[in-house]
Every structure is written in C-alpha cells, then in structure tokens.
Design a protein around this ligand. Sequence first.
Ligand code: ATP
Ligand code: MG
Length: 442
Amino acid sequence: MKTNQDETVMPKSTEILTVGPAKIKNPINFGRFAEDDEAVLVNISRRNVDGSNRSKKTPDHVYFEAAGPREKIYYDASKTKCAVVTCGGLCPGLNDVIRAIVMTAHHEYKVTSVFGIQYGLAGFVPEQGYDVIDLTPEYVSRIHEFGGTVLGSSRGPQEPEAIVDALERMNVGILFMIGGDGTMRAASKVVKEISHRGLSISVVGLPKTIDNDINYASPSFGFDTSVETAAMAIKGAHVEATGAPWGIGLVKVMGRDAGYIAAQSALSCQEVNFCLIPEDPFDIHGENGLLAALDKRMRKSGDAVIVVAEGAGQELLKESSQKDASGNVQLSDIASLLKKEIITYFEDQGIEPTLKYIDPSYIIRSVPANANDRIYCSFLGINAVHAGMTGRTGMVISRWNGRYVHIPIELVTKGKKRINVQSNYWRAVLESTGQPTSLKNS
Ligand code: ATP
Ligand code: MG
C-alpha cells in the first residue's frame, strides 16, 4: 500500500490480511471514516524513548495501518455474529475491553449477537461443558466497575481445529481474542486453520500484558493501573521501613522478563532505594553486591525500600522445572531468597533488621482499571470492532506513537520488549533510587 505523504510503499511485513473485499456501506452515519492509506510511522525517532530495545531490523519509513471505521465493510451486520474470549493471566481493563467490543458491535453496527466464550480457549471445546454467554449491552453495562474478566480465563492448549469447529458451529463471523503472547500465537494458528478451510472468519487480537512486554503494544492496557497499584504497596513499604529501627521494605511486583512495573513504579514513588529487574543481573554478596550497597544505605539513612520484579535475579536461584498448563516455566522465588539473605546478613553483625515483605501481585492483577486505562481499553475495543467489520484478520489493535493502529499478529509475537539498561530511561530509575549503576561484582 502507498501512503499519500511520500509514496513510501507499505512493506509486506505490516500489511493486514482481509477475508474478502469490503463492499457494504458502513451503517455508521456520524464522524469521519479512515482512509485505507492512512498510516502511522513505526519509528518516529532513531531510538525509542521508553528505554526498550528498538528492533535494529525495522528500517525507517515503515508504517502501520491506521485504525478506525471504514466507509465500506465486509460483513453484513444484520447477519453477523461475533465472539469474544479472554485467555492467560488477569490484567486490569479486561472487562472494559469486552464492554467496548459489545457496545460498539451492538450499537454502532447492530450485529445479531456477541457470544462470550467462557474460561479461555477451553470454552470452545464441547467436552468442557461451558455455556456461551450472550453478551448484550445490558449484560456488560456495569462490568467495567469490576476487576478480572466476566468471561473467566484459563491456560492450557486447545487444538486450532477444535476452535474453528466451534466458530463454524456458532456461525461466528468475527472472533476477538484478548490475551498475552500465548493467546496471540494461538490466534495465529486459528487464522491459518480458517484460511486452510477457506472460511470467511476474521480474527482480531487485543494484546494483553501486565508486564508491558509485548512488542508494538506500548504501553499495554492495564499497565497504568498496575503501576498506580504497585506504587501504593511501595508507599506502604516505605512507611513500614521508616517506622522501625533498621527498617527494610521489600516489595515484589510482576515482571517475568521485563521490569517495567518495577521501574515505572520506582520512578513514580521516588522512595525506592533499590530497583531490581530481570534485564539487569545483580549479585547478592561481594563488595559490589546488593548487601554491601544496602549496608551502606542503612548506616547512612536507617531505612531502605527494595522493589524486585518477580523475574529478577533468576540466575541466582535453582532453575525451576515446573511449568504451568500453557507450558510457561514457573519462576523461582527471588523475594524469599532476598529476605533470607538480608536478615542473615544483618543478624550476623548482631543487628536485628525489621524487614516487611509485601507481595501485591494478585491485587495489581485484579483491581478495576483506572481512568486512563478505561479510556484506553474503550478505544482498543471500539477499533477492534471497526477492523473486524471490514474483514481484516490476523491482526491486533494497538496504540503506537499516539495513534490507534492495525498490526499483523506475527509482528507482536516475534520476541518480547525489554528495558534497555543502557538507556536514559533506566538511568532515570537509577538516579531516582540512588543505587549503584551495577550491583555485579565484575
Ligand atoms: P499471559 O501472558 O498473561 O500468561 P498468555 O496469553 O501468554 O497470557 P498463556 O496461558 O501462555 O497466556 O496462553 C493462553 C492460551 O493460548 C492458552 O490456552 C495456551 O494453551 C494457548 N497458547 C499458548 N501458546 C500457544 C501456541 N504457541 N500455540 C497455540 N496455542 C497457544
Ligand atoms: Mg504469556
């Protein structure tokens, strides 16, 4: 595709598939329609400002297709059924996304039904016996007030064939899949199976990651709420630490491979003294290790707050052999190790530290979205329906460089976003904590 600005050709890698040509007049009669050649530059600067590694392979002048309603749509709304499924871990904003999809599909397009598939991909499989929920505007009108997902979620594999069988049985035209990297991989396989059978079913993904680690979903929905909630726990840890002799607050937050929640909440609080993330390996012992730096801090100020992402320091622990139902490796518990090592370290010196350990992870996952995330989730849901109605498929909705865009699913499942520890972003975190630039001995 061409953009009208500089005749840059849209590379194959960002082209969006469709199930067929859009020939039907869009029933929406208010506002403006997006043109098919509206596009958003992928790289607006030569480097990312959020500290993530920019793909060195992404050349300049690559565009993502802009999201929004189109003048012509593929599906005849009066004969179209949609389905929504939520998979993987909980994240603030899931209900807001579901609500926006249902409201837009019903009110703007007047589709006949939106089916809610219960408990993730398992809900497609008849043997599981989960009923399908009829998601009406009345059903979803208040769901944004609650955390979690009204549809429930699950892990564990399901055959794409079984999922497409279910879509055929229910006569679904558009499937909305809300979930993390695993869900997006599953979505890709469903798209392939649909195409293999020559069916006209659109699959639109809405990437969910509380860790903010999915490529081209930046920031991910629910992240703002997560940081706000983590910050409350950190404030509590700070109060505890300052209220006791040799007081230490230790807070574990989510972040399997990327420490964005830890880093961002440390920045927001300015009360964190050590922020430990998976991207920045550290030592516990030794002259440059965490304990030596903590000792210095305690003797100078009398208290300290440590925020550790769950995936930090995994190299210091015995590798866990346990996996969840979806095959994700379960992490070893870094916070318990830190707690034990810190207490032993000070006790060996005849000092009794008061260490308060707070793990707000499940609270962070399950709170309702804050105002910013509610708005964000609404736009994601609304644009997902607009995209689906045009017959677009194999794509996700995201916000990129301030605009809502369509991104091929394959692009978001390729690799994961990480904090670049050489970036100014990470330096700002280090400046706010005052911790040494490295806690490694060599
Ligand atoms: P989170 O990041 O919160 O864990 P997720 O979407 O990655 O979310 P998973 O449990 O890993 O959560 O995957 C969600 C669903 O997608 C599961 O039912 C899982 O079996 C399925 N899935 C994961 N990876 C694949 C894959 N490569 N191919 C097909 N299905 C997959
Ligand atoms: Mg995952």
